[in-house]
Ligand binder design. Structure first.
Ligand SMILES: C[S@@+](CC[C@H](N)C(=O)[O-])C[C@H]1O[C@@H](n2cnc3c(N)ncnc32)[C@H](O)[C@@H]1O
Length: 321
């Protein structure tokens, strides 16, 4: 096994600062969800994947365990693998193991905004003999555009854990178009997306009894205090997960439990009691919608697998000429 890494400048970078200020000035106020994933946020997300309420992550893993070989069989020839937002890399390992057995050696590139997620991913994947790991600390499409390419290999992009759900429908289609533009005909995208729409299961998945998701959410404010010198009183905000039925999405909000004023980059932001800062959306797309978007964005949906215990789909999209 061998490895390389490439890091970009740490936060706060001016573009993120601008997005934070724009979001806090908005009505309703919001924050970019990418802020959730600093070192502590990545560790808390890893803990979330172990919670009984967050079954969707295990459904994704089960699909890989059951179908990675079939997914690979649909993609003959030499492959290289890129994963967008891999987190700790356990799912990559499940996909790479049969591929290593098939072709002996595999190049794997992990792209994530979180340096600690990349470190964890590298440690996990490097346990597999025959894998060469590259890590890129970057956003999805920017990283994909500069990911090193192995000559003569088809590229398979993994986008698991329902990361696509953070986009609204129009942005998800644009994102798929962007991925397709970075691929060659015959390359593939394996999409793992939650397709459930039962709030009785989804709200607890985003607001667990132990309060780990609440800590994950409120860490965004702690991060703004740490990295941007803001003065949020964490005790003045409680986490809330809401099912927005018309938009078919779970929203995470931080609700002010009393009126407060917060300062960030020399600006004052006032929050009346009960107002919330919207920190994340997680949309639910259905299997048909995903197939239609694939067709619209230059992919053919070769196969879909759906978990029997939790409504979660793997869609194997192959780039058309
Ligand atoms: C919900 S977690 C899922 C992790 C993993 N895919 C899984 O299935 O467990 C999202 C991951 O994507 C990363 N991420 C979030 N937004 C990103 C972005 N815009 N560009 C790159 N990585 C991002 C986070 O740091 C995190 O590791």
């Amino acid at each position: 096994m061998s490895s390389s890494s490439d890091r970009v400048a740490p936060s706060p970078d001016p573009a993120v600062t601008e997005a934070v200020l724009r979001g806090l000035r908005g009505a309703p106020p919001s924050l970019p969800s990418v802020l959730l994933y600093d070192d502590l946020g990545s560790a808390l997300f890893e803990a979330i994947t172990h919670l009984p309420e967050y079954e969707l992550s295990r459904a994704d893993a089960r699909l890989l365990e059951a179908h990675a070989s079939a997914e690979l069989a649909a993609l003959p020839g030499r492959l290289e693998v890129v994963e967008l937002g891999p987190g700790g890399g356990r799912k990559a390992l499940t996909f790479l193991a049969p591929l290593c057995a098939r072709q002996g050696a595999v190049t794997f590139t992990a792209i994530d905004v979180s340096s600690s997620a990349l470190d964890a991913c590298r440690r996990t994947v490097e346990t597999l003999a025959g894998v060469t790991v590259h890590t890129l600390e970057d956003t999805y499409l920017e990283g994909l555009a500069r990911a090193p390419r192995e000559a003569g290999a088809r590229r398979v992009v993994l986008f698991l854990g329902s990361n696509l759900s953070n986009f609204d429908r129009a942005a998800a289609v644009e994102f798929l178009r962007g991925v397709r533009a970075a691929l060659a005909p015959g390359d593939a995208l394996l999409l793992g997306t939650d397709i459930g729409s039962d709030p009785a299961r989804l709200v607890p998945a985003y607001d667990d009894a132990l309060g780990v998701t609440a800590a994950f959410d409120r860490n965004v404010l702690a991060r703004l205090n740490r990295e941007w010198g803001a003065d949020f009183d964490l005790g003045a905000f409680r986490h809330e997960a809401r099912w927005n039925a018309p938009e078919r999405r779970i929203e995470m909000h931080l609700v002010a439990t009393r009126a407060c004023e917060v300062h960030l980059c020399g600006e004052a932001f006032r929050f009346a009691q009960g107002t919330s800062i919207w920190t994340e959306s997680s949309h639910r797309f259905d299997a048909r919608e995903l197939r239609e978007w694939a067709a619209q964005t230059g992919f053919a949906c070769e196969a879909q697998w759906i978990d029997a215990r939790w409504p979660f789909a793997h869609s194997l999209l192959v780039a058309r000429p």
